[in-house]
Write a protein that binds this ligand. Structure first.
Ligand code: M6R
Length: 366
């Protein structure tokens, strides 16, 4: 059932190219410039008239929501707020009938997300679900939705659910951007064509696996680890840190790279590994200067870079390459090496990768 892989998590990491194809198959017709999503098409006016989108989710799904904030605002020019479902439900939040609430959940059973949906519905908002498990409670409770079609995710650490959630949310943003005219026709077509290249580019990113094993071996005994990224890669930094802590039990924090100087920089010394996502598009120069700040305090840099990068290579202790893509689609690629890095460290430390201590696959109690 693990199809020859040692763990479900590894199998699911490697399934991402095909999972993403399954997510867009039948929905995105790149050559015709069409994105069909019944749940969006049937409610197009609601999306187009939305004053804002409120995303509610937990954990990794919340990170996918954070990526969607960048993409919805960037491409569809709709203001987005991303909320931890557990905070939203108890905060007496302002919810308007013109708000569109998007609930993201792999399992479709998360108690806090479910409660947030009920609250949003009571306040008259239109609620759209992005779930993986077909027929799950959240998929039934929402007014409409889109499944991620990632196939069963068994490993407690979410991997393919995350990248397929981002895929669904990207398709939605592109569709709405096109309908609103906030992206040009030519950009829209370029995005669709690029989305079709993503599975092959993930395959390529997966080829760094052997190199990642070597890097993991160097840092497996670290006590702490920082993850930094900016823009679209900020949520990826959070997700990378979550993956490391939940399966290897190493303390890790994700930060927007520029926030480092407001506190976390005090932690940096020769014992602190810092994973920096420094891909070519998206504040590259600024991230490079963040790397210099870390280096001058003797921190160890593991940089995720765009194929062929040379400047970061000269500064970083290790570089892991990913193929080039559009800035908005970068998280689909930069996430891959971070998943593998955590996986290998956890395996080297002898941890129970698929069922980490204290965690359940779906959190059905608050
Ligand atoms: O099933 P959901 O997407 O609603 O689950 C939300 C979180 O519990 C989940 O993403 C959790 O953070 C994962 N273990 C992360 O790998």
């Amino acid at each position: 059932e693990k199809a020859g892989y040692d763990h479900f998590m590894l199998k699911e990491i490697y399934e991402q190219p095909s999972a993403i194809k399954d997510t867009y198959r039948g929905r995105m017709l790149a050559d015709q410039g069409i994105i069909r999503m019944a749940g969006v098409d049937d409610n197009l006016e609601k999306f187009l008239n939305a004053k804002r989108i409120i995303v509610v989710a937990c954990g990794t799904s919340w990170h996918a929501g954070l990526v969607s904030e960048y993409i919805f605002e960037d491409l569809a020019r709709i203001p987005v707020e991303v909320e931890y479902a557990s905070e939203f439900r108890y905060r007496n939040p302002v919810i308007d009938k013109d708000d569109v609430v998007i609930a993201i959940s792999q399992s479709g059973e998360t108690a806090d997300t479910m409660a947030a949906i009920k609250l949003a519905k009571e306040n008259g908002a239109f609620v759209f679900g992005v779930c993986n498990v077909v027929g799950s409670s959240i998929s039934r409770e929402t007014h409409a939705g889109a499944y991620t079609h990632a196939g069963p995710e068994i490993g407690v650490a979410s991997t393919k659910a995350f990248t397929t959630q981002i895929t669904v949310l990207s398709l939605m943003a592109l569709k709405l951007g096109k309908a609103k005219g906030s992206i040009s026709n030519s950009d829209y077509h370029m995005y669709l064509n690029e989305m079709e290249q993503i599975p092959a580019k993930i395959e390529k990113a997966l080829k760094s696996n052997t190199h990642i094993v070597e890097v993991a071996d160097v840092y497996k005994n670290a006590k702490n680890c920082l993850y930094l990224g900016r823009g679209y890669n900020f949520p990826v930094a959070l997700e990378g840190a979550l993956k490391l802590k939940e399966i290897s039990y190493i303390h890790a924090e994700g930060y927007p790279a520029a926030e480092m100087k407001h506190g976390p920089i005090a932690l940096i010394d020769e014992h602190m590994p810092v994973v920096v996502i420094a891909t070519k598009k998206g504040h590259y120069e600024k991230v490079v200067s963040n790397i210099q700040e870390i280096k001058s305090r003797k921190g160890k840099i593991i940089a995720i870079v765009t194929e062929g990068d040379t400047s970061v290579k000269n500064m970083a202790d290790h570089v892991i390459e990913v193929p080039e893509t559009f800035e908005a689609l970068t998280p689909l690629l930069t996430t891959i090496p971070l998943q593998l890095f955590s996986y290998h460290i956890a395996v080297m430390l002898g941890k129970n990768v698929d069922q980490p201590r204290n965690l359940a696959k779906s959190v059905t109690v608050e």
